[in-house]
Design a protein. Structure first.
Length: 213
C-alpha cells in the first residue's frame, strides 16, 4: 500500500486526520512512527503558504507523499484575527485557556449577533517525485461562544459555536464533526487528490513494467 506522511506533531490533529482519511487507500504514517523530524517556520501570511511549506518539508524529510495543513479561526469583530497566527496567538507558550480569555476580553461589549467567526483549513499534498503541491480548502462559519464548552476536539473548538447545531464544535459527536468541520470539508477534496495520485502511480508502474515500451 502507498504510504502517506502526515507532517504534524499535533496529536489531536493527527488523530482527526486518521479518522477523516480512513479507507483512502493510503497507509498513514506520522513523524513519531517514522522517526522523521519536520521543523519549519510558519512565516507565511496565508494558510496555503504555511501548508505548502510544511508539506514540502515533510516530503523532503520522509521521501513520501506528504499531507500538511494550516488552519485557524477568524473573528469578524477582531478584524479577522487571530487567523493564520491562531496556533501562535499570544505567543507559542500561551495556553488555549489564556487565548480564550483574551478573545472574550476583546469581545466584551460586542453583542452576540456580531460575534461572527469562521474556521478555515487549507491542506497541501506534496509529491516528492514530481515536486508538485496540490491544495484543498474547507471552511465552516459560526460564532464565538460566550464561554468554552465541550470536552471533544482541540484548539479553538470549545469556543466555536455552531448556531444550527446549538452547540460548540467541541460538543459535537466525532462523526458529526467530521462531516461539517473545516478540516472535514478540506479532507473531502483532498481524498480526490489522493485518489488521483494513486491512479497516476499505478499508470507509471504499468508503463515501467517489463515488456512495456
Amino acid at each position: 500500500m502507498a504510504q502517506l506522511f502526515l507532517a504534524t506533531g499535533n496529536a489531536g490533529k493527527a488523530a482527526e486526520f486518521r479518522r477523516l482519511l480512513d479507507g483512502c487507500g493510503w497507509e498513514i504514517l506520522t513523524p513519531a512512527q517514522t522517526g522523521t523530524n519536520v521543523v519549519v517556520e510558519e512565516g507565511a501570511d496565508t494558510y496555503e503558504g504555511n501548508a505548502r511549506v510544511k508539506a514540502l518539508a515533510g516530503a523532503g524529510a520522509s521521501g513520501l507523499v506528504t499531507l500538511a495543513d494550516d488552519s485557524g479561526i477568524e473573528i469578524e469583530a477582531m478584524g479577522g484575527e487571530p487567523g493564520v497566527r491562531s496556533a501562535r496567538y499570544l505567543g507559542d507558550t500561551a495556553t488555549y485557556l489564556e487565548r480564550f480569555a483574551e478573545i472574550q476580553r476583546r469581545l466584551s461589549g460586542v453583542e452576540r449577533s456580531k460575534r461572527l467567526a469562521r474556521f478555515v483549513c487549507v491542506i497541501a499534498i506534496a509529491d516528492p517525485l514530481s515536486g508538485l503541491v496540490r491544495t484543498a480548502k474547507g471552511e465552516v462559519r459560526g460564532m464565538v461562544a460566550d464561554e468554552a464548552r465541550g470536552e471533544g476536539g482541540f484548539g479553538y473548538d470549545p469556543i466555536f459555536w455552531l448556531p444550527q447545531q446549538s452547540m460548540t464544535m467541541a460538543e459535537l459527536p466525532e462523526r458529526q464533526k467530521d462531516i461539517i468541520s473545516h478540516r472535514g470539508r478540506a479532507v473531502a477534496v483532498a481524498r480526490q487528490i489522493l485518489r488521483e495520485l494513486l491512479y497516476e502511480r499505478r499508470e507509471e508502474d504499468i508503463a515501467d513494467s517489463p515488456g512495456r515500451s
